[in-house]
Design a protein around this ligand. Structure first.
Ligand code: F6R
Length: 262
């Protein structure tokens, strides 16, 4: 796991956009896994800016989002379909026919979940999966206790998550109880993972998933088993890491190596 500590959240979004654009440059028809929430917003703005300057094109990219609330119509301001279309897809040159989200309105949710997994496999699997992390250590909506081998399915949101997301809805009562979410196993199947965390509210979860044991109590800790994970943190999110100085030294050496290779 490569742990990169950056000065502030703006540096996190710039570096995240660099990594995503590099993936798209190397493979213009790549498959990206995308996240919603407050954390990736500035990264999406970077991608929109770069696309509008002609520095990158997403026209051949396929995307799969991690999750969607159950029961919210697409046009609901808090549906993840709406979030992605208004904050990214419609602002850059994405082919909307290649932008997929789980269907939280399907009559048969279990079949829709299986279909989603099949669509990802048929697209060739996810090359780069972007993730945020919940204050309770969730990734996507895999709440504490989720099976570390889980695949796309319906999950009940934890009270902490509904409390955290109430800021988008106005009140906790309006936050849906259920979501369709890719599983931890679905995320582990992606070829590269890029996790972003900013702000002191994430510091405990960050310390637990990087330095704690692998446990379903902290679903993000399963990423310790993945061979290609980059974690981008601002200083507040990194503030509880015990091996902070070590990660910084490794990163310095890594940057030197990259410069030597140029
Ligand atoms: C969103 C998602 C969630 C968020 C997490 C952090 O698609 O999968 O796991 O990444 O809840 O949310 P923010 O970024 O709003 O703190």
């Amino acid at each position: 796991m490569r742990v990169v500590i950056l000065e502030d959240s703006q540096a996190v979004s710039q570096r995240a956009a660099d990594i995503i654009c590099q993936t798209v440059h190397q493979q213009p028809d790549c498959v990206l896994g995308l996240a919603t929430g407050g954390t990736p917003l500035a990264t999406y703005q970077q991608l929109v800016d770069r696309a509008s300057q002609g520095l990158v094109s997403f026209s051949q990219v396929t995307t799969f989002n991690l999750d969607e609330y159950v029961g919210l119509p697409r046009q609901h301001r808090q549906s993840y379909w709406h979030f992605m279309h208004k904050n990214l897809f419609e602002l850059a040159d994405f082919n909307l026919a290649r932008c997929f989200l789980p269907d939280g309105l399907a009559d048969d949710l279990a079949t829709a979940c299986d279909d989603y997994e099949r669509q990802i496999a048929e697209a060739g699997g996810i090359e780069l999966q972007l993730l945020g992390i919940g204050t309770d250590g969730h990734i996507a909506f895999n709440e504490p206790g989720s099976s570390l081998g889980s695949r796309t399915r319906v999950k009940a949101l934890a009270e902490q998550t509904r409390l955290d997301n109430a800021r988008f809805f106005g009140s906790m009562e309006e936050v849906p109880e259920l979501a369709v979410t890719m599983g931890v196993g679905s995320i582990l199947a992606s070829r590269q993972v890029l996790l972003l965390a900013t702000g002191s509210s994430k510091a405990d979860a960050v310390e637990a998933f990087i330095e704690g044991p692998i446990t379903a109590a902290v679903p993000a800790s399963a990423l310790q088993l993945h061979r290609s994970v980059t974690v981008l943190l601002d200083r507040p999110a990194a503030s509880r890491l015990r091996r902070l100085a070590y990660y910084e030294r490794v990163e310095q050496l890594q940057r030197q190596l990259e410069q030597c290779a140029r």
